[in-house]
Design a protein around this ligand. Structure first.
Ligand SMILES: Cc1cc2nc3c(=O)[nH]c(=O)nc-3n(C[C@H](O)[C@H](O)[C@H](O)COP(=O)(O)OP(=O)(O)OC[C@H]3O[C@@H](n4cnc5c(N)ncnc54)[C@H](O)[C@@H]3O)c2cc1C
Length: 404
């Protein structure tokens, strides 16, 4: 695959207030974060989807962030995806993940949907009328991305979908789904197709509950999806999912997720530091304690490390790098693994630093308790163990240890 398609021109609407007072991306993201913050207690307590935040993503145009400006979208870049995900993550990791995962799906459509699907979907994405959910996880294969057991049947110009989906973020609210299934002519499990389906083309049934430790507002219910779609709703061609995953799903997932996790950990550190600087609270802490200062320092050190790795990886993916090269694959995987571990550890350090009242109780303004529960999902959301296994094999392909 080439990386040129990932690289995008900056949109006029981005990076500062443009003539006519067009809001900046930071302003749009802040608006979504504000709405998410107002609803946070309820979505967290009841583990329900943040509908108001999604409505604000639609209103601000952020759902069309990665749609080219020529197609009516904001024409945003990978840097924009990272920036917005970090801003949203500071308020709520679920909202940031909902956004980042939608962008990953939308980029797959921008790059791989063919006529007439492309002409149908891009205006909907640009106008904020198409929120996309992702269906890759499957019973029996766990998170193994590159295979599928559910057969996609092709007959009379239509594709028959019958898919069990154990976990679908935003599945009850999504306007459309991108679904991995075993290709019609498949001779092996890794011949996988990526199919688009409108909600109205499917019967979407809830197959269980969503009662998680964290990421409660992601509302990632198990679903069953049945229905049929016209044959042209396959992205790329049958069997192209491996290419789409390597070119779009993998890079954008690892960049977007890492940004969401980093934003969450930054928000936690920032709330702690503001608390410590509050004259009413400050005297309860021994700010001269070497142990205390060292814990703060370690937390910040972890976040600076993740930020540097995130930006370096983002620049390489935006540039002309060959994403199939072992060095780039290793970097992308290590970004995900490192961000998952270090963002969690940074918040865990803060719990030790500030102790029970502000580190462990739910009603502390630091929200460390919620941040830690949310960040615990990071290593599981595409298992770090699986990525280490892939990295071990990639290491063997690079005996001279060349860095990307
Ligand atoms: C908050 C959240 C939202 C999600 N949203 C979605 C969504 O919208 N759509 C979607 O499709 N999925 C979604 N997922 C699923 C996610 O992307 C992973 O695919 C899923 O969490 C993996 O599930 P698992 O841990 O049961 O499976 P596995 O990946 O099978 O891992 C289970 C454990 O088995 C071990 N293991 C198994 N096989 C191997 C192997 N070959 N190598 C090394 N270790 C192995 C590992 O220790 C691992 O921890 C979401 C997950 C989370 C946490």
């Amino acid at each position: 695959m080439t990386t040129a398609a990932v690289k995008k021109a900056k949109a006029p609407a981005d990076g500062g207030v443009t003539p006519g007072g067009t809001p900046t991306l930071a302003e749009r993201a802040a608006s979504v974060a504000r709405v998410a913050g107002q609803d946070l207690a309820r979505t967290e307590r009841d583990a329900v989807f943040p509908e108001q935040a999604l409505a604000e993503m639609r209103r601000t145009g952020l759902l069309g962030l990665l749609v080219p400006a020529a197609d009516g979208g904001l024409g945003g870049t990978l840097a924009d995806l990272v920036d917005v995900s970090m801003i949203l993550g500071r308020t709520d990791m679920s909202v940031a993940m909902i956004f980042a995962m939608h962008c990953q799906q939308s980029e797959a459509i921008v790059r791989y949907a063919q006529s007439p699907l492309r002409e149908e979907l891009l205006p909907l994405l640009a106008s904020g009328d198409l929120y996309l959910a992702s269906v890759t996880t499957e019973p029996g294969k766990g998170g193994h991305l590159f295979k599928s057991y559910a057969p996609l049947r092709e007959a009379g110009g239509t594709l028959e979908i019958d898919r069990t989906a154990p976990i679908v973020t935003g599945g009850t609210m999504a306007d459309g789904f991108l679904i991995t299934m075993r290709s019609p002519e498949a001779t092996a499990d890794h011949h996988v197709s990526l199919v688009y389906a409108h909600r109205r083309q499917l019967r979407v049934e809830t197959a269980g509950q969503w009662c998680p430790m964290g990421m409660r507002a992601s509302h990632s219910l198990p679903l069953t999806l049945t229905g049929s779609v016209p044959a042209h709703q396959v992205l790329g061609e049958h069997g192209a999912f491996h290419r789409i995953a390597q070119g779009v799903f993998g890079p954008l997932a690892h960049l977007g997720w890492s940004a969401a996790w980093l934003g969450t950990a930054c928000g936690a550190l920032s709330r702690v530091l503001h608390l410590l600087r509050d004259p009413k609270v400050r005297k309860r802490f021994d700010l001269g304690s070497e142990l205390f200062l060292t814990r703060l320092s370690r937390s910040r050190q972890r976040l600076d490390g993740v930020h540097a790795l995130l930006r370096r990886t983002q620049e390489l993916v935006e540039g002309e790098a060959d994403l199939s090269a072992p060095g780039i694959q290793l970097l992308l995987n290590n970004l995900k693994i490192t961000a998952a571990e270090e963002c969690y550890a940074a918040v865990n350090d803060l719990v030790d630093a500030v102790g029970l009242r502000h580190g462990y109780l739910q009603d502390s303004p630091t929200r460390l308790e919620k941040s830690l529960r949310d960040l615990r999902s990071a290593a599981l959301n595409y298992s770090n163990d699986r990525l280490h296994l892939a990295d071990g094999q990639l290491c063997l392909l690079d005996p001279d240890v060349n860095f990307a």
